[in-house]
Design a protein around this ligand. Structure first.
Ligand code: MG
Length: 375
């Protein structure tokens, strides 16, 4: 992106804090374009197509996978970034990478692997996403990982415990100092929430686990559902659903841009470091929109993510992860050669980390396949 189109508080790649291993400058790309391209070419990115958040991958071809989720996040984040004169390519790189460390079976898989890892330092998907780009991808002769820029790595690490932050060096520092990450990272983070709230309404309705009547009790949905019906009284159900969701996304994005823009005007920040040193995150919704956004999120939590059918699947997913973890810990030879060799060479605690790396990299269907093989 042209330097002049960026706000002073945006991430300018010429002012990047750089990469862990020095590399020569790309010839025709910016540094963040190079990061985005490395994410797209990664093995972990390709696997997102067979990983899920709410539904297990084989339950239906029409539900979102983590890949389509990540693309929707990137799409929303780029719109917001452009409107705020932020670095569009950096938000795209962060958005595409944000879920790379997710286990198979979405939240159920993450909780289960975290349980298994309790005595060995736990498992955090955010930290794992960073581990994927910093360590686990094998693509270059000179270093392990993808050697991404500091700003992309900073954006991937949304949350982190203080204990882990201490061991992370540069990207962990902000958690110790109570600082923020860049506006690009803040935008990618909120775009994530906008994307999943809305596509889970869509997937939830399609699955039949939640109903239009229930959703009409949520302010945000009701407002745009009514608005659409008023405009098109004879609209077909599916069109009505998509029109409503489309309008919800639009309202959230517009509110976020306006609110954040007003805050930025007031603050008059002169650099990305001023963003980092600000006392609180700057990107955000107005109070009224935040309330509606949280209402919808809580509704989905209660009625979709904890729906008995989803929980039934969740229970099965947890059992799969538990068995795989136990088997590989006891018989590391059952893992592929490269993981087995790594496990052989390290102490018990580190062996558990290698097993967790192997399991978290699996797709839903591969994990099920492995479970059948080893059970
Ligand atoms: Mg996400």
């Amino acid at each position: 992106m042209d330097f002049h189109q960026l706000a002073p508080f945006a991430a300018h790649d010429t002012l990047s804090r750089g990469r862990r291993y020095q590399e020569s400058k790309p010839e025709y790309r910016t540094e963040y374009q190079r990061d985005r391209d490395r994410v797209i070419h990664s093995t972990a990115f390709r696997r997102l197509v067979y990983k899920t958040q709410v539904f297990v991958n084989h339950e239906g071809d029409l539900y979102r996978s983590r890949l389509t989720h990540s693309l929707e996040v990137a799409q929303i984040a780029r719109t917001i970034a452009c409107a705020l004169y932020l670095n569009e390519t950096l938000v795209e790189a962060i958005a595409l990478a944000h879920d790379l460390g997710h286990t198979p079976f979405g939240h159920a898989g993450q909780d289960s692997l975290n349980d298994c890892m309790k005595e060995y330092g736990g498992f955090e998907h955010n930290l794992q996403s960073l581990r994927v780009v910093d360590e686990l991808e094998v693509k270059y002769a000179e270093f392990s990982g993808l050697n991404l820029s500091f700003e992309t790595r900073e954006g991937i690490l949304k949350h982190c415990s203080i204990k882990n932050a201490r061991e992370l060096g540069d990207v962990g520092e902000r958690f110790l100092k109570g600082e923020q990450f860049s506006l690009e990272a803040q935008v990618a983070n909120i775009a994530d929430a906008i994307a999943y709230n809305n596509h889970d309404v869509d997937d939830g309705l399609r699955s039949g686990f939640i109903s239009i009547d229930q959703l009409r009790e949520q302010q945000l949905f009701q407002k745009y559902y009514e608005e659409t019906l008023k405009q098109y009284s004879k609209i077909e159900n599916r069109q009505l659903r998509y029109e409503t969701i489309r309008r919800m996304i639009n309202a959230l994005v517009n509110d976020l841009i306006k609110t954040t823009n007003n805050r930025l005007k007031e603050l008059n920040l002169e650099s990305i470091d001023a963003v980092r040193q600000h006392s609180s995150p700057i990107a955000g919704f107005s109070d009224a929109m935040l309330e509606q956004h949280i209402e919808l999120k809580s509704f989905l939590m209660k009625n979709l993510y904890r729906h008995e059918k989803v929980l039934e699947m969740t229970g099965q997913a947890k059992a799969v992860i538990k068995l795989l973890f136990k088997q590989y810990m006891e018989h590391p030879k059952k893992m592929p050669e490269e993981f087995y060799q790594k496990a052989l060479m390290c102490k018990y605690k580190n062996k558990a980390r290698i097993v967790a790396d192997y399991i978290s990299g699996m797709t839903d269907r591969f994990a099920i396949h492995e479970h059948k093989r080893l059970a």
